[in-house]
Design a protein around this ligand. Structure first.
Ligand code: GDP
Ligand code: IMO
Ligand code: MG
Length: 440
């Protein structure tokens, strides 16, 4: 049994899409377990840039089955829009190849409206969300008002639930000077979307358990990153789902024993979109250069990503809480134009050194990062294929990262294309067994 969890170890946008695309040949199924179309996973197909938001990145491999678990919040409109975009690129997706859990939550038209009110009410303390209705949809799930995918197929239940939701939400809209919403048009639209969605709707937990039992392998594709996790991230500046390893079990209806390995995707520097503490943030020329060279603009909202030095305190924490077996390091090529590279190994707070990531945002806002400095390696690593002949300076940097993170690095991504990858086969054999032979 080989089922690998791939997740981000920072604040998202670590390059998960690219690595999932690289690993997909070794798996039969690719499954998302949390989040929604707030994600933006970039993959290049025949030189064309494709950004996947809700549909797992494995969809670009025609022989893979893709799964959207119960842990997601699904916008049916975003789902069909993405399918249309894939079709325009020549990727035809038949329902049997893409499954949506009947227990996934549905993003309703009132969710983005409520989000707008909430964000405005926070003023200076706004979270800077993607405005996709993600947070309010998860709020409804926890408050037990949520409409699930399966409900879309039952007109009476759907009507009842929309009525119950609007009875409260319209009071909020009116209090904030917005027009109340009507039940009928929403009911009509979502009933039609439910019918259109019905060929994709499945009991995902049953499906995956059967597949795993029969020897199929699943790749779990995390969205966002450990530091955006609702419980373990930089709360309240987080997303509303469980991006960390526990999310796989709750978000797909599987057992912890079904996860056989964890690959952490880690950017060689740090980025963050939206508000919240960011100890190693750079507001100088080095940060601007990283943003430019790394093309650090949000794949979903187009917003400029905040950039900063690598934060080993944060990544070591992410490795610990997720049990990361191996790291895939992305975008070190971006650092090659700098003259000096820095990486933070500890924080100083009120005169004391701390090495464990603090959970309070007000502490994170006040810590002073302690940096180790590295010279930039002598020649470019872009397109290098032989690990042993990587420049000595770069290997020194890797060794330091491995020691500091207490985790092995098994893969380096050196550019945006599929070919820009170099990996240690023996490390992948440890987490993929014989399936490592299926990697390019
Ligand atoms: P994800 O959300 O984790 O899938 O990451 P995004 O797709 O949002 O952002 C990663 C960006 O970096 C994308 O534009 C990728 O094409 C790009 N990228 C991924 N790996 C590398 C790399 O090793 N080097 C460079 N220069 N770009 C990369
Ligand atoms: P991928 O999967 C980076 C951020 C938003 C905001 C916070 C809450 O591409 O790595 P939300 O709309 O989720 O309620 O916003 O989370 N955020 C991401 N940042 N990458 C993502 O996804 C993100 N998804 C949400 O910018 O700060
Ligand atoms: Mg992204």
């Amino acid at each position: 049994m080989t089922n690998l969890l791939v997740l981000g170890t920072q604040w998202g946008d670590e390059g998960k899409g690219k690595i999932v695309d690289f690993l997909a040949p070794a798996f039969d199924i690719v499954a998302r377990y949390q989040g929604g179309h707030n994600a933006g996973h970039t993959v290049y197909l025949r030189g064309k840039k494709i950004v996947l938001h809700l549909i797992p990145s494995g969809i670009l491999h025609p022989d893979k089955i893709c799964v959207i678990g119960n842990g997601l919040v699904v916008s049916p409109q975003a789902f069909f829009k993405e399918l249309e975009e894939l079709k325009a690129l020549g990727v035809e997706v038949k329902p049997g190849r893409l499954l949506v859990s009947r227990s996934a939550q549905v993003i309703m038209p009132y969710h983005p409206l409520l989000e707008k009110i909430a964000e405005q009410s926070r003023g200076q303390k706004m979270i800077g969300t993607t405005c996709r209705g993600i947070g309010p949809c998860y709020e409804d799930k926890a408050a037990r008002w949520g409409i699930r995918v399966g409900d879309l197929l039952e007109p009476e239940i759907l009507k009842e639930k929309i009525e119950a939701s609007l009875a409260i939400k319209n009071k909020i809209f009116e209090a904030f000077g917005n027009q109340p919403l009507q039940v009928e048009p929403i009911l009509e639209e979502y009933q039609a979307l439910g019918e259109k969605l019905s060929p994709y709707i499945t009991d995902v937990s049953v499906f995956l358990s059967q597949q795993i039992k029969s020897g199929q392998s699943v790749l779990f594709e995390g969205a966002q990153g450990a530091l955006l996790d609702l419980d373990h991230g930089t709360y309240p500046y987080v997303t509303s789902s469980s991006c960390t390893a526990g999310g796989v079990c709750t978000g797909l209806g599987l057992s912890p024993r079904d996860i056989t390995g964890v690959l952490g995707i880690t950017k060689a520097y740090t980025t963050r979109v939206g508000s919240g503490p960011f100890p190693t943030e750079l507001k100088d020329e080095a940060g601007a250069l990283i943003a430019r060279k790394g093309d650090e603009f949000g794949a979903t909202t187009g917003r400029a990503r905040r950039c900063g030095w690598f934060d080993a305190v944060a990544v070591r924490y992410a490795c610990r809480i997720n049990g990361v077996d191996l790291i895939a390091l992305t975008k070190p090529d971006v650092l090659e134009e700098l003259t000096e590279i820095k990486a933070c190994y500890a924080y100083r707070y009120k005169g004391t050194l701390i090495r464990d990531f603090p959970s309070e945002p007000w502490i994170l806002e006040r810590v002073e990062p302690e940096y180790r400095s590295f010279p930039v390696w002598s020649r470019s690593i872009h397109r290098q294929k032989d690990w042993a002949s990587l420049p000595a300076g770069f290997l020194d940097y890797l060794n330091w990262l491995e020691d500091t993170l207490e985790t092995r690095i098994g893969l380096i991504s050196t550019g945006v294309d599929r070919e820009d990858i170099i990996y240690r086969r023996e490390e992948f054999q440890k987490i993929l067994g014989q399936r490592a032979e299926l990697l390019a």
